[in-house]
Ligand binder design. Structure first.
Ligand SMILES: [Zn+2]
Ligand SMILES: [Zn+2]
Length: 382
């Protein structure tokens, strides 16, 4: 914010609680008292006091300096709030000169100032159309990947239709064989000085719309904008271990920037297809494995499938319960984090299977087992 603008908006006398014709001494005294009362050390965590302290400091910065105070008084005399009262647009004290006709205003000084400051503020924010380098917009896209690909990472291509650099003119906006010319009006700056007496301000160049260049022969494809909407393919590598719903930011792969501004980013939201067999818990993979009653009771080695289609052997202890979980080390998701490489485990849940059909030999064996269990149980129970 320019000092002049702030001066229009802020009543520093009011901030210090003094009248406009206070002496230097009175101003100093008022400032010291307020600065002491409002000092952040005395008001920890009090944001209101902090704001006021800033206002008071800013006010004293101006009113405590003879020269600045004089300037401030002159500027305030011009402002609507300062009691200028409108209806006197021709000229003010101290060489201020406004010409309402120049900006097409009709509502007097207040409107005039509003227009000027409005334009200035927009420019400062960098969002006015066509002024200065501008970053391209971010583009959002969705990508669905298989469970296994999400675990291992993959190279893939995204196909999207979005703003891209014009393929005919390579983004210059000029018809092939011609080139953009430096704007004669602003000399390529994109802004022109707009001196209104006291105020040194700039305004966007209306000839080039702030671009700094003019295009005499616009490209037929993009009509001079340098940007066209077209299908394009973006090759990218999806890192290992991405999760469902995660968004990946591909820097600089969004809409092209303008006037030398950087490109936007491409934000890819990932959907991961579920796997029929495997699940995921953080960096661990999960799988359920059926185990026979005999293996669970006696213990033994069981085969456990891995996501890559292979198998690993898991030794289970005698008396392994259905629903119990077992860890196969380092067979989970392996990915790179900011702390280095990390690898999860494969968590195996055992499902003890009860046979649905028994042949004669099996039936005899289970009956013998049952009989033995009953006898043992009978002996053990009181
Ligand atoms: Zn220009
Ligand atoms: Zn073009």
């Amino acid at each position: 914010m320019s000092a002049q603008r702030e001066w229009f908006e802020k009543d520093y006398y009011e901030a210090l609680g003094v009248s406009k014709d206070s002496s230097d001494k009175e101003i100093k005294k008022a400032y010291r008292k307020l600065a002491s009362d409002l000092h952040p050390d005395k008001n920890p965590g009090n944001t209101l006091a902090e704001e006021k302290f800033k206002d008071v400091s800013a006010a004293y910065d101006v009113l405590g300096d003879d020269e600045k105070r004089k300037e401030y008084d002159e500027v305030r005399a011009m402002s609507p709030a300062g009691g200028f009262g409108g209806g006197h647009p021709g000229g003010g004290p101290g060489g201020f000169s406004f010409n309402v006709g120049d900006v097409g205003g009709s509502g007097g000084l207040g409107d005039l100032l509003g227009n000027m400051f409005g334009a200035g503020a927009r420019r400062g924010g960098g969002s006015a159309a066509g002024v200065g380098p501008r970053r391209g917009a971010d583009i959002e896209a969705q990508l669905t990947v298989d469970f296994a690909d999400a675990v291992t990472g993959l190279e893939t291509s995204l196909h999207l239709t979005a703003d891209a650099q014009c393929s005919t003119c390579s983004g210059s906006g000029a018809r092939p064989g011609t080139s953009p010319q430096v704007c004669q009006n602003c000399g390529g700056r994109g802004v022109v000085d707009d001196n209104q007496g006291f105020f040194a301000m700039t305004a966007p160049c209306t000839v080039c719309q702030g671009n700094g260049v003019t295009i005499d022969n616009p490209c037929g494809t993009c009509r001079g904008s340098g940007i066209e909407r077209r299908p394009r393919e973006v090759k990218t590598r999806i890192p290992a271990g991405v999760r469902n719903g995660q968004t990946i930011r591909l820097k600089g792969r969004g809409s092209p920037g303008r006037n030398g501004g950087p490109n936007g980013d491409l934000l890819v939201e990932l959907a991961v297809r579920p796997h029929p067999r495997f699940g995921r818990n953080g960096d661990d993979l999960t799988v359920r494995v059926p185990v026979s009653f005999a293996d669970a009771a006696l213990g033994g080695d069981i085969d456990v499938p891995t996501l890559d289609g292979g198998e690993v052997t898991l030794r289970i202890k005698p008396g392994t319960q259905s629903g119990s979980r077992h860890r196969v080390r380092d067979k989970g998701i392996s990915r790179t984090t900011k702390n280095g490489r990390t690898t999860g485990n494969l968590i195996v849940t055992v499902d003890v299977i009860v046979p649905t059909e028994l042949n004669d030999a099996q039936r005899a064996a289970v009956e013998a087992f049952a009989a033995a269990t009953t006898v043992e149980g009978g002996q053990e129970s009181p």
